[in-house]
Design a protein around this ligand. Structure first.
Ligand code: A3P
Length: 301
């Protein structure tokens, strides 16, 4: 499947949000649901699970380099990340569905991306005991990143202005539902599932090399210091922003004139968006919605 440039293709108008099994969704992630639900995971699959805009592409590329950077470097430089790491529940029409891509991947183990909340993950991943890497990002930066993403991505619902978006975010009226339930649901799962590694975006920004090492040890990969250093350098924000295979510049639905996919890559950018009143309101909502979970985030480093 040689799809590297789709810039001439167009998607129809912005999709509407609707309730799907208790979670706000758009049709691009439910159209292929029978196949998603019945997806046959393999024991060596690695599922990269995140709430949208938490660092999915970053961790996907780290894993792609760790597994295939040495033996199949030509694939990494000729195929965009969204073809190398299929987005399981996606069914965008302009590229093959996530399940189809996953079933036809030329490399093994398969790296598969999902934004599904934990309760909607196809059961075969649990039956097969596949490894899962979950990445979480603090709610405020996550909301800001999601807002800019929805502005520039015509495959997402219309976000409205920042305040409108923030109110919807607090109510969980975003694609893939409430951030609060997502991060805490996966956190609870981690307490009993030894095959699940829970990473934080803030830790990745603080010390990427340390987190790469953590990933290697979770995945049982032995890599040299030199290899890890090379990977750590190659996955820095500026390198990935310049890299056509990781910066999403080949997808027609995204309008980089509005906002680039690789936007800022920072912890604390929320301070440039939240007013004092919005911050106070958000902190109240946060306290309430997160009162039953032990997961803790850093909103600055
Ligand atoms: P910002 O919008 O805050 O810049 P996802 O891949 O889950 O869609 O997440 C995208 C977010 O991760 C964007 O955040 C993007 O810039 C950031 N990101 C991607 N690669 C990164 C990197 N190498 N270093 C830091 N942030 C990165």
């Amino acid at each position: 499947m040689e799809i590297t440039d789709l810039s001439s293709m167009k998607l129809p108008s912005r999709p509407e949000l609707f309730d799907f099994e208790g979670v706000s969704m758009i049709h691009y992630f439910t159209d292929n649901w029978e196949k998603v639900k019945n997806f046959q995971a393999r024991p060596d699959d690695i599922l990269i699970a995140t709430y949208p805009k938490a660092g999915t592409t970053w961790v996907s590329y780290i894993l792609d380099l760790l597994y295939f950077g040495k033996d199949a470097p030509e694939l990494l430089t000729s195929q965009p990340i969204y073809m190398r790491v299929p987005f399981l529940e996606s069914c965008f029409q302009v590229i093959p569905s996530g399940t189809e891509l996953a079933d036809n991947l030329p490399t093994s183990p398969r790296l598969i991306k999902t934004h599904l909340p934990v309760q909607l993950v196809p059961k075969s991943f649990w039956e097969q005991n596949s490894r899962i890497v979950y990445v979480a990002r603090n709610a405020k930066d996550n909301a800001v990143s999601y807002f800019h993403f929805d502005r520039m991505n015509m495959g997402e619902p219309e976000p409205g202005d920042w305040n409108t978006f923030l109110q919807k975010f607090m109510e969980g009226k975003n694609v893939f539902g409430p951030w609060f339930n997502h991060v805490s649901g996966w956190w609870e799962k981690k307490q009993t599932c030894s095959k699940l590694l829970y990473l934080f975006y803030e830790d990745l920004v603080e010390d990427t090399g340390r987190e790469v090492e953590r990933l290697c040890s979770f995945l049982g990969l032995s890599t040299s210091v030199e290899e890890r250093e090379k990977i750590t350098k190659g996955v820095q924000f500026d390198a990935m922003k310049q890299n056509k295979m990781t910066n999403y510049s080949t997808l027609p639905v995204m309008d980089f004139k509005i906002s680039p996919f690789m936007r800022k890559g920072k912890v604390g950018d929320w301070k440039n968006h939240f007013t004092v009143a919005q911050n106070e309101q958000f902190n109240e909502v946060y306290k309430q919605k997160m009162k039953n979970t032990t997961v803790k985030f850093r909103t600055e480093i």
